[in-house]
Design a protein around this ligand. Structure first.
Ligand code: APR
Ligand code: PHB
Length: 396
C-alpha cells in the first residue's frame, strides 16, 4: 500500500487529521487496532470548545452536532452547599461550550471519511513504524492475518497514550513531564434527566463531584475516589449516596436513575517533548494527557491536528518543511497553557489527603475568589471555552 500520510489511530485526532488532509487534496490511510463498533461506542469525554465546534462544522461534520449538541453558556461551581455560576456568555462576549459525546464525534467523522472514500483499516494488528528518521517511512501491520506494508511520506501518531508511536521514538530523544494525581474519578452514565441545566463542579470535604450530561434524558456524573478503587466496592446505593452528599445544595435535589455504565479512571498530567521525530508527528493523547477536570483532552487533540494539517499542507504545496519543523514548538505553547489550566481546575476542586487545614481553607479562598472577582472568573471562562487558536501560516 502507499499513501502520502500514514495515520495510526482512529480517535478524534486521527480522524480529524485525515478529513482535514482530504479536504486539501492530501491522501491518508488511518490504521485502527479496534473494531469500528468499539471506537464508536467507547464512553469518553463530552465537552467541545467553540473552536472544536467551529472546526467540525467547517469540515462538514457539524450537522448532527448542531441538531443534538447541548449548548451551554456557563458552568456552576458549588462549595459549602452554595452554587456560583460562571457566566461564559457575559465574560467571553458570547462564547459557549457544547455537550456532545466524543463517541458521537467519532461516529460522525468515520461516516464522513468513508463517504469521501477515505481508507480506515479497522482491526489492524501488530502495527510497527519503520524508517521514519529518513525520507522513506513505512508502517507495517497485519490485516485479517495478512502482513501489509504501508509506504508513506509522513506518519501521524494519533494512537493515544498507550499507543505504539511514542514508544517507537528512541527514548533518549524524548523528555517526559508527568504528574500522577493521588485520586481517580468514578464515572457513571444514568438514565435520569440531568438535575441541572449546566455542568456542576462541586468541592466537598469528602471529595470532588461533577454533574454533567449527554442528553436531556442521560446524566453523566463523576465522583473522586482513591486511585486503586475497585468498582465492585461501589454498588448503586453507595454511588448515589456519595453524589447526593457531595452535590448537596440548598433548595436543589439530585435525580437518580438506572446506572447503565460505570468505570474508574486514573488521573495524570503528561507531556512528551518534542512531539515529533524525523517524519513522525505525535498528536493528541499520544503526546499529552490532561486530567479531565478542565474537559480539554479532545479539544487539545483537535488543536494539535489543525496545526499539523496546516504544516503538512504547506509541505506538499511548496516543499517547505518550515511549519513541519516547528510543529512541536507551536503545539507545545498551547499544550502547556492547557496543562496549566487543567492542573489548576484539578488542584482547587479535589480533596488531597496530604493537605492540611491550611490547604483546605486556601482552596475555599480560591473558589471564593474565582466566584467573586470578575478578573478571576474571566480567567477561568476564557480557558474553559477555549483559548484562541494560534495556527502559524507559511512564512511566519
Ligand atoms: N495501532 C492502531 N491503533 C491504535 C494503537 C495501535 N498500536 N494503539 C491505540 N490505537 C487506537 C485506539 O484504539 C484509539 O482508537 O488509537 C486511537 C487513539 O484515540 P484516543 O485515545 O481517543 O486519542 P486521541 O485521538 O488523541 O483523542 C484524545 O480521546 O481518550 C480520549 O480523553 C481523551 O478526549 C481525549 C481524546
Ligand atoms: C463529561 O461530560 O464527560 C465531562 C464534562 C466536564 C469535565 C469532564 C467530563 O470536566
Amino acid at each position: 500500500m502507499r499513501t502520502q500520510v500514514g495515520i495510526v489511530g482512529a480517535g478524534p485526532a486521527g480522524l480529524v487529521l485525515s478529513h482535514l488532509l482530504h479536504r486539501r487534496g492530501i491522501d491518508s490511510v488511518v490504521l485502527e487496532s479496534r473494531t469500528r463498533e468499539y471506537v464508536q461506542e467507547r464512553v469518553r469525554a463530552g465537552v467541545l470548545e467553540q473552536n472544536t465546534v467551529d472546526l467540525l462544522t467547517e469540515i462538514g461534520v457539524g450537522e448532527r452536532l448542531r441538531r443534538e449538541g447541548l449548548v451551554h453558556h456557563g458552568i456552576e461551581l458549588r462549595f459549602q452547599k452554595r452554587g456560583h455560576r460562571i457566566d461564559f456568555h457575559e465574560l467571553t462576549g458570547g462564547k459557549a461550550i457544547t455537550i456532545y459525546a466524543q463517541a458521537e464525534v467519532v461516529k460522525d467523522l468515520i461516516e464522513a471519511r468513508l463517504a469521501a472514500n477515505g481508507t480506515i483499516v479497522f482491526e489492524a494488528s501488530d502495527v510497527s513504524l519503520h524508517n521514519f528518521d529518513n525520507a522513506q517511512p513505512s508502517i507495517r501491520f497485519r490485516q485479517n492475518g495478512d502482513a501489509v506494508e504501508l509506504a508513506c511520506d509522513l506518519i501521524a501518531g494519533c494512537d493515544g497514550f498507550h499507543g505504539v508511536c511514542r514508544p517507537s521514538i528512541p527514548q533518549p530523544a524524548l523528555a517526559a513531564y508527568e504528574r500522577v494525581y493521588p485520586f481517580a474519578w468514578l464515572g457513571i452514565l444514568a438514565e435520569a434527566p440531568p438535575s441541572s441545566g449546566e455542568l456542576v463542579y462541586s468541592y466537598h470535604d469528602r471529595g470532588f463531584a461533577l454533574l454533567s450530561m449527554r442528553t436531556q434524558q442521560l446524566s453523566r456524573l463523576y465522583l473522586q475516589c482513591t486511585p486503586a478503587e475497585d468498582i465492585e466496592n461501589w454498588p448503586d446505593e453507595r454511588i448515589w449516596k456519595e453524589l447526593h452528599t457531595r452535590l448537596a445544595r440548598e433548595g436543589w435535589k439530585l435525580t437518580e436513575g438506572p446506572i447503565v455504565q460505570r468505570s474508574i479512571a486514573g488521573m495524570r498530567s503528561f507531556v512528551v517533548e518534542p512531539m515529533q521525530y524525523g517524519r513522525l508527528f505525535l498528536a493528541g493523547d499520544a503526546a499529552h494527557i490532561v486530567p479531565p477536570t478542565g474537559a480539554k483532552g479532545l479539544n487539545l487533540a483537535v488543536a494539535d491536528v489543525c496545526i499539523l494539517a496546516n504544516a503538512i499542507t504547506e509541505f506538499y504545496r511548496s516543499g517547505n518543511r518550515g511549519l513541519l519543523d516547528k510543529y512541536s514548538e507551536t503545539c507545545l505553547r498551547r499544550v502547556w497553557k492547557v496543562q496549566r489550566f487543567s492542573w489548576w481546575m484539578t488542584s482547587i476542586l479535589h480533596r488531597f489527603d496530604a493537605d492540611n487545614g491550611f490547604d483546605r481553607r486556601r482552596q475555599l479562598a480560591e473558589l471564593d475568589y474565582v466566584t467573586s472577582s470578575r478578573a478571576a472568573a474571566l480567567s477561568l471562562a476564557e480557558n474553559y471555552v477555549g483559548l484562541p487558536m494560534e495556527i502559524p501560516h507559511p512564512g511566519t
